[in-house]
Design a protein. Sequence first.
Length: 337
Amino acid sequence: MRSSKPLARGKGFSLDVVTCVDDHRGWSPAEAGRHHRMVLVHRGAFRRMADGRPAAVDPTMAYLGTPGQEERFAHPAGGDVCTSLSLSPGLWRRLAGDDTPLARSTVYVDARLELAHRSLLASARAGDPDFALVESLLSLVSTTLDQLALTPPPATPSHTTGRTESVPSPATDRTENAPSPATGRGESAPSTPPGSAARPGAVPRHHAPAVRSRPAAPHPGRVTARSPRAVADAAREAIAADHPAAGGLLPLAELLSVSPYQLSRAFTRELGVSLTHYRNRVRVSRALDRLESGEPSLAALAADLGFADQAHLTRTVRRHLGHTPTALRRLLASPVL
């Protein structure tokens, strides 16, 4: 059963919280989307089938829906709570550039995109739909299109080997140890200040062609238990569940019955980030939950999330979001109007 609670309405957009309490492994009947939609998960996980491609959706993986697109859903892990942002065709064209179909509909939710999501919800609660909320909406859409341009496209079957292969991403390697162009150190600096609003008006048009220049990938066919996508999805599930084996790459690989090399390579090819980066990104998300709730002790927060100490927590959060935990606590508790 699915229910929807409206959060905000504006010219050309609507923002809703959607709660689903379904618990089934089979696919639901097909349904066609009516709007351009951006769906981000608060809690829980589910599977979505669109254009013949299955995808695991959770707080680290969002999706974009288009009018008329056929969708099916499965909820093998129980219910979920999501934010659904619906845009009119006119507003979508103004923000995204045109109506050219996207090469893929799923997008990796990095820490910057999650912060833009949280800022949008904070602006919706603040009660200024004409300015603060619209600015946050522009920031969310812009950050999503940026991230969509960086996320590797879906795996496709090789015509020469018959195996499933991934098309290389044009993005630079975004691992925790990759040198930053800005600093030359093993840190990645956000390309734009996290939480900052996009300029009023259209999202820069260079974002959209970066995604749409690639032709849509053919149906990848049946996903085998050892395909890169299945390995990456299983690793994500173990990390999200905080499985004891998810505390290290070697035990995680043993849990999934794959070699450590296969796990590391498959994960990076599917998501465009390393396992190390992803695990820290999940821990940053958990830190945001606690900070948003007013967590008073950063030392206790660091210990609870498995960081070596408070300084380690601060470095990791700043690397992913460009803010310290103290600054984020203020930002999330008091949205600027």
